[in-house]
Ligand binder design. Structure first.
Ligand code: 2NL
Length: 346
């Protein structure tokens, strides 16, 4: 090939390459153009090789044409590569964009079981008077559940607590949280202000007001010079906080083997306000809890000197308090775990 023809071929190749580069729609097409022109067997490469067959004096002249042609093609490929990359990135960002103004997916929130919510509300009131929450085992020994609470083995009062016994001699499911209070007395030095919420067990047939599993909260205060007046004042504050300020309260005589004297604590009927209605059996009062001054024998079992220390204790059924708070009629609902019931307490 002679010089003039070679120059035309190179310029034609350049123009063809530049327009092919310009219309390449993606990096794959661009790469195909680059291989076709600049590759080892590419057309520009092949033409450039033929320079060797020209007479020596012509070679620099063709070189002066061929080198800028190669440079122009390489520059065009580099430029197009850059542009295709940023187009691809822009397209990807456009497709993956997040609309931050869309409403979020709602999070399914759980809620406290009404019994746990009631325990928390009770504990919050007594915490304001310095009572600390303790926990204690659900499987107890007979000694701590009964004997240390002044209930000897053949005492008729045992009939008050129908008990689940385990197959390990001397061990049972606690019938109340009182054994936990014995454990607190044995572990702590007065002044003691303890609150013991927990699950208790009694061998009973289940109906709307009785269950073989239920929750209790018990309180215990022991110090020098603790009186029944302190108990009355504390329980009155509790009733106001739980059931409404201005509610009247009263003590009635009661009986428990572990307290002497023992009382029942009533609040004026939340339904009729004291005038008498079916909800309070026409008495005008609702029984809230039982309480009393800790029996001296029980203090002794707790490792405390009854000549030096006095104490009061009280116990309440959590389901009963929850029924009053939420106007639930049947305590079996607390155990069925039916979400249609539980969702009402959010
Ligand atoms: C009720 C009555 C009560 C107690 C629990 C208690 C604990 C010790 C000593 C003395 Cl260690 N007493 N606890 C006292 C009176 C009543 O519970 O009917 N609860 C549902």
């Amino acid at each position: 090939m002679e010089l003039a023809e070679l120059t035309r071929t190179l310029e034609a190749l350049r123009d063809e390459a530049l327009s092919a580069i310009a219309v390449a729609r993606d990096l794959t097409e661009l790469e195909a153009v680059a291989v076709d022109i600049l590759g080892k067997k590419g057309r520009l490469t092949v033409v450039s090789r033929s320079i060797g067959s020209l007479p020596p004096e012509d070679r620099p002249k063709v070189g002066a044409v061929a080198n800028p042609v190669r440079a122009a093609i390489e520059a065009a490929i580099a430029e197009r590569t850059k542009n295709l990359h940023s187009e691809a990135l822009a397209a990807q960002l456009g497709a993956e964009s997040v609309d931050v103004t869309l409403p979020g997916r709602p999070v399914a929130r759980g809620s406290l079981h009404p019994i746990m919510e009631t325990i928390a509300a009770i504990a919050e009131v007594f915490a304001q008077f310095g009572f600390v929450v303790y926990e204690s085992p659900e499987v107890e020994d007979d000694l701590t559940n009964f004997q240390m609470l002044n209930i000897p083995p053949d005492h008729p009062a045992r009939d008050l607590w129908d008990t689940f016994y385990t197959d390990i001699d001397g061990y049972l499911l606690r019938t109340h949280t009182s054994p936990g209070q014995i454990r607190v007395m044995r572990a702590e030095k007065p002044p003691i202000r303890a609150l013991l919420p927990g699950r208790c067990f009694r061998y009973e047939a289940t109906d709307a007001s009785r269950a073989s599993e239920f929750f209790q909260v018990e309180g215990l205060m022991v110090d020098e010079g603790t009186t029944m007046g302190d108990l009355r004042g504390l329980l009155d504050e509790f009733a106001q906080a739980m059931f409404g300020h201005g509610k009247r309260t009263r003590f009635r005589p009661g009986y428990y083997p572990f307290t002497e004297p023992s009382v029942a604590f009533d609040v004026e009927c939340l339904v009729c306000g004291g005038s008498g209605c079916p909800a309070c059996q026409r008495t005008g009062w609702m029984a809230i809890l039982g309480a009393g001054m800790v029996h001296p024998v029980v203090l002794q079992y707790g490792g405390l000197d009854p000549e030096r220390y006095q104490g009061f204790a009280f116990g309440m059924g959590v389901e009963r308090i929850a029924n009053l708070r939420h106007r639930v009629g049947d305590l079996r609902q607390y155990m069925e775990n039916d979400l249609r019931f539980l969702e009402q307490f959010r």
